[in-house]
Design a protein around this ligand. Structure first.
Ligand code: MG
Length: 380
């Protein structure tokens, strides 16, 4: 028998978790994270209770990284996206997301529903999500993204601490005026580590000399130096420097990935499922990169355990050959929204082995913490 995918009810929560550290990037300083959560309740075909599917939104309160916002996404899910799919049988998640194809843009809001539908689907089939997607790993290598520190000495110290914890790649956030100096200091202290930088679109081609100077420090890649919606200037910059560019913000779907790689606008891709609209499009980005012989890795958006579990499953795919941002949950939060502890051991995260994401919602904590809560039912 086919396993029809049917969602009878959905719950939306908005929780706000304090970060354990002050996270500074070229956007500004962050000390907490608003996290929208989605719980899909599958139809009860067996009489023993339907499965659930869990989704997390990676949009932010303000449109800093991309254009979407938390409030906007919750509105779209509650009033448009969920009513479009609730109560109907679908063959699979791709079939379900066709119902959203008439709505333009808003990939992070769509991904929140789409990824939860994949979780529900995988749980219904009784297989871990990574295996359902064609994953080949039982553990994934983990890197860490370090925010802008107060000084070179503080940067070196932060790197030292995280290397001791086992992280397999160090990424430094940079911004104009804070780039070559911290990189030079870290490289002098640690000549052989896998080291990268992420500018989050804070530069222009007028800064080409800065990136030429960074060539001296054998960075694994330089992430998204130029505009968030650009490909052409990145291709120009890539011609002028030796270090591979990695694209994050600019890769909004598989077509953008194909164009970027055809232009040689980057030689590494950071895959974020929220940014590209979900699992199905993320797989297509992965496949495009594979066709070009370009490595990918999974970037982080300060996710709670639901998004982190999703990223770990995604990172089991063959093309994810560089460490991702799937750091230990305890690095970020005093208490996570799931029961399981997703903790790195010796630089690797074990892939959860249960069906779907393989994690369970800490409902008591989420209900106690949530500032907003909605239930959406079929036919309402
Ligand atoms: Mg990035």
């Amino acid at each position: 028998m086919l396993h029809p995918l049917q969602i009878d009810r959905a719950e939306l929560f908005l929780v706000r978790l304090p970060l354990k550290f002050r996270f500074e990037t070229s956007f500004g300083v962050q000390t907490a994270k608003s996290i929208p959560l989605l719980v899909l309740h599958g139809a009860d075909h067996t009489g023993t209770g339907g499965e659930v599917g869990l989704g997390e939104g990676v949009m932010e309160d303000a449109p800093m990284f991309r254009e979407e916002t938390t409030v906007g996404a919750l509105h779209l899910l509650r009033d448009l996206f969920l009513p479009a799919v609730l109560g109907q049988p679908f063959l699979n998640p791709q079939h379900l997301t066709q119902k959203l194809s008439g709505f333009r843009g808003n990939p992070m809001a769509k991904a929140m529903l789409e990824t939860a539908a994949w979780d529900l689907w995988a749980r219904t089939l009784g297989v871990p999500l990574g295996r359902l997607l064609g994953g080949v790993r039982e553990q994934v290598a983990v890197g860490v993204s370090l925010g802008i520190q107060a000084s070179e000495a503080a940067t070196v110290e932060a790197v030292q601490t995280h290397l001791e914890q086992g992280y397999r790649r160090i990424k430094l956030k940079i911004k104009p005026g804070w780039d070559v100096r911290p990189v030079s200091a870290v490289r002098a202290a640690f000549p052989d580590i896998a080291l990268t930088v992420d500018a989050n679109s804070a530069y222009t081609l007028a800064d080409t000399r800065t990136f030429q100077n960074l060539d001296a420090y054998t960075l694994d890649y330089i992430e998204q130096p130029l505009a968030y919606d650009d490909l052409v200037d990145h291709a120009t910059l890539q011609r002028r420097i030796q270090t591979p560019l990695c694209l994050d913000e600019s890769i909004v779907n598989a077509a953008a990935a194909r164009k970027a790689l055809a232009l040689d606008a980057g030689r590494v891709i950071n895959v974020k499922l929220g940014r590209v609209g979900g699992v199905a499009e993320g797989l297509r980005v992965h496949d495009v990169a594979q066709a070009f012989g370009v490595p990918v890795w999974c970037g982080g958006m300060l996710e709670s355990g639901i998004g982190r579990a999703l990223n770990i499953h995604l990172s089991t795919l063959p093309g994810f050959t560089k460490p991702g941002d799937t750091a230990s949950a305890s690095r970020y939060w005093e208490r996570d929204v799931i029961h399981e502890l997703l903790e790195m051991v010796d630089g690797f995260q074990a892939v959860p082995t249960g069906p779907g994401l393989g994690v369970t919602l800490d409902r008591e904590f989420v209900e106690k913490t949530a500032s907003e809560r909605w239930s959406v039912e079929a036919g309402h």
